[in-house]
Design a protein around this ligand. Structure first.
Ligand code: HEM
Length: 342
């Protein structure tokens, strides 16, 4: 069953949230996700609840996200340094995707590779089991979080290059609220609503999970007046809802200003209900901090007069068909970043 309207989504993922909280046993998940026993692939029940509980406690709670602020700052600085090394004197061409993948991978890797994460307090047999369990969660986080965050950043920068007036407005917002004396920090994000709207608008038009992840019903139910059998695979077409001209003005136009009003249930890049993305808070921090830093630290322009080709490619997380090549040049403030300690 494919649903493509907010009211049908609400019936499936709010009214019938528990009914659709299972996952289909996909062949791929059998081979790459420990025989469908990871958070994203296991059906609803005690094992799933346990995995969600541990990952929330150790990774996603705001307390843990705050503990890991330094990791994100270090890795962003390393990333900015690499950009600087090619563009310190004049505009030079960069291919962003591999650098962004390295950035998001390293951030998540360092969050889940520490001693504390591996349950130092456990002893004996429990310790080995706890380690294996936590390794499985760590692998899943790298799988679910690395590419989704990196492609979102690549789509965001592509949009900015095709809409220089949006890029300029974002730079003005940074100048006004952060200034040129100190470099932006993750905590500045709350003062940068326009930057956040750029990311929302990117996720609206280019959601990394255009069909979310398939859900499976555990018992019969009714959706939109239709009778739905148990074991029905549900695909939620977030991509279509995000581009529906009945729901959005100028539906296919990139206009971050539209997020000055809260969009409500027609915007669901992270899904809805109990199987929605547990990494939302982390993704918002990483994508916001990285995009803000790229704008604060560098001038950006297209490699030619032609618009960036926004065609969608094929993949697990909706990639660009042609990876982005952009021109960038370091701004003066980058010298401050380089001279400050990590
Ligand atoms: C921009 C970045 C991201 C986007 C757009 C995104 C989107 C999504 C979507 C659409 C789902 C499926 C929701 C559903 O089935 O209804 C999902 C699930 C999930 N995401 Fe994300 N995600 C992002 C980043 C992350 C990050 C950074 C992590 C972890 C480090 C993560 C971990 C997960 C996990 C574990 C699930 C499975 C949840 C479950 O089945 O219970 N995601 N994400």
């Amino acid at each position: 069953m494919v649903v493509s309207s907010p009211s049908a989504v609400e019936e499936c993922l709010t009214t019938n949230d528990i009914v659709f909280a299972n996952r289909p046993p996909l062949t791929m998940a059998k081979y790459v996700a420990y025989n469908c026993t990871t958070i994203g692939t296991v059906s609803y029940g005690n094992h799933w609840r346990n995995l969600r509980r541990i990952s929330t406690l150790e990774i996603f709670s705001s307390n843990r996200l705050n503990v890991f602020t330094g990791i994100r700052r270090d890795e962003i600085k390393i990333f900015l340094n690499k950009l600087y090394s090619v563009s310190s004197h004049d505009f030079d061409k960069v291919e962003l995707k591999p650098m962004l993948m390295e950035l998001t991978f390293n951030i998540i890797m360092r969050m889940v590779a520490g001693k504390r994460y591996y349950g130092e307090e456990e002893t004996g047999k429990n310790k080995a089991e706890a380690k294996e369990f936590r390794e499985m969660i760590a692998e899943e986080m790298l799988f679910a979080g690395t590419e989704s965050s990196a492609v979102t950043l690549e789509w965001a920068m592509s949009n900015l290059l095709n809409h220089p007036q949006v890029l300029e407005k974002a730079r003005n917002e940074l100048e006004l609220n952060v200034g040129e004396e100190t470099f932006m920090n993750e905590s500045d994000l709350s003062k940068l609503p326009y930057l956040q709207n750029i990311i929302s608008e990117t996720l609206r038009l280019y959601p990394a999970g255009p069909l979310l992840t398939p859900h499976l019903s555990s018992q019969e139910c009714s959706v939109g007046g239709y009778h739905v059998q148990p074991n029905t695979v549900l695909l939620v077409n977030a991509w279509a809802i995000h581009r529906d001209p009945e729901l959005w003005d100028d539906a296919v136009v990139f206009k971050p200003e539209r997020f000055e009003c809260t969009p409500g249930n027609k915007f669901l890049p992270f899904g809805l209900g109990r199987r929605s993305c547990p990494g939302t808070g982390l993704a918002n921090r990483v994508v916001g901090f990285a995009l803000g830093s790229m704008i604060h630290g560098f001038e950006w322009k297209r490699a030619s007069d032609e618009e960036i080709d926004m065609s969608e490619g094929v993949g697990l997380t909706m990639p660009k068909a042609k990876s982005l090549e952009a021109m960038c040049k370091a701004r003066n403030i980058m010298k401050k970043v380089l001279s400050s300690p990590l």
